[in-house]
Design a protein around this ligand. Structure first.
Ligand code: DOR
Ligand code: ZN
Length: 355
């Protein structure tokens, strides 16, 4: 059967290897959209205050489990937000106890709630040594924060200034270069990832929009995220990487909800909320690239393989939609605050069948 005529895809249930679930009313409102499709998710720790210790990660994990809709099975995989003063023993204890899966490196001030992040990688040497010994993955927000570096160049500069030296100093450290957005990142991960120990997540929105989307007919805050979307040639490089099926690339939505007024503001927050339609959006990208046969590797197999976890046994079905239907405009929290999901320029073509 040619890729074009595929109407149904049955794959092991996917996981989301990078998501923001927030807390409180926002958590209750957004969690069902992730939990209904994904079996597991790597949960980002950039709450206010951030999740910096094993004890906090355990409390947060229990909040997520308590917010799950009845009858839904979902495993949050918790992460710790690294700071200049992270205690390596606490981190390793959390990992050994199975409470903490990975640690997140936010360069200080790189993005939303990153002000407590790491000011210099030298400050977390003992943490990185311990993580390397334990095989605990380091998840990196790969952007430098130097104000002299153009915002569109921050990822490429990060590779040269931070990532390459990090790989040299900690050759056995498992690193996930999160939400990559540039051809430079694709080149680096494709060549280095072959040696093992380095992988990257790719979001649906970076596969679907380039930087023009933010300025189409006016300023479009709902297409603003960090790292910011880049030129079309970078998007094409990301599509090639994601749809290749290569083991070093896997699904991470970086779904990052903010309330409508925080996005539509004179200083709007970075973050795109894709959870409601993420799988359908990814499927569309793979279909358009003629690579639906590689969707299973990207969505269901490469992530577990990198993290050393089993592939999910349960299956999930994606179906081509006969009658195009519009995606949702907004969702409301229990205190009636609005969150605007990502909307594609065209109606969704795929849907997830009930599992
Ligand atoms: O766009 C983003 N939003 N990028 C990040 O790195 C953080 C995230 C958020 O937490 O809103
Ligand atoms: Zn993120």
């Amino acid at each position: 059967m040619s890729a074009k005529s595929i109407k149904k895809l049955t794959i092991p249930q996917p996981d989301d290897w990078h998501v923001h679930l927030r807390d409180g009313a926002m958590l209750a409102a957004v969690l069902p959209y992730t939990a209904r499709h994904f079996a597991r998710a790597i949960v980002m720790p950039n709450l206010q205050p951030p999740v910096t210790t094993t004890a906090r990660a355990e409390v947060y994990r229990d909040q997520i489990l308590a917010a799950l809709p009845e009858g839904i099975k979902f495993s949050p995989l918790m992460t710790i937000y690294l700071t200049d003063t992270t205690d390596p023993h606490d981190l390793s204890r959390g990992h050994e106890l199975g409470i903490v899966t990975a640690a997140k490196l936010y360069p200080a001030h790189a993005t939303t709630n990153a002000e407590h992040g790491v000011r210099d990688v030298k400050n977390i040497q003992s943490v990185l040594e311990k993580m390397q010994r334990m095989g605990m993955p380091l998840l990196v927000h790969g952007e430098v924060t130097d104000p002299d570096v153009d915002v569109f160049d921050r990822e490429a500069v990060f590779i040269d200034k931070i990532l390459k030296p990090l790989r040299k100093d900690y050759p056995e450290l498992k690193i996930v270069f999160e939400h990559i957005t540039t051809s430079e990142a694709v080149d680096y991960v494709s060549s280095e990832g072959k040696k093992g120990g380095l992988a990257a997540t790719i979001t649906a929105h970076h596969l679907l929009i380039n930087r023009n989307a933010m300025f189409k007919g006016g300023i479009r805050p709902h297409y603003y995220c960090l790292p910011v979307a880049k030129r079309e040639r970078h998007r094409q490089a990301l599509i090639m990487a994601a749809t290749s099926g290569a083991k070093m690339y896997f699904l991470g939505t970086d779904s990052a909800p903010h309330f409508r007024q925080a996005k539509e503001s004179a200083c709007g927050c970075a973050g795109i909320f894709t959870a409601p339609s993420a799988l359908a959006l990814y499927a569309q990208v793979f279909e358009d690239a003629g690579s639906l046969s590689n969707f299973e590797a990207f969505a269901s197999r490469n992530g577990p393989s990198f993290y050393g976890l089993p592939v999910n046994e349960k299956l999930l079905e994606l179906m081509k939609i006969d009658h195009l239907k519009d995606d949702i405009n907004s969702i409301l929290t229990e205190n009636r605050q609005e969150i605007v999901p990502y909307r594609n320029s065209a109606p969704l073509r795929w849907c997830v069948a009930e599992v």
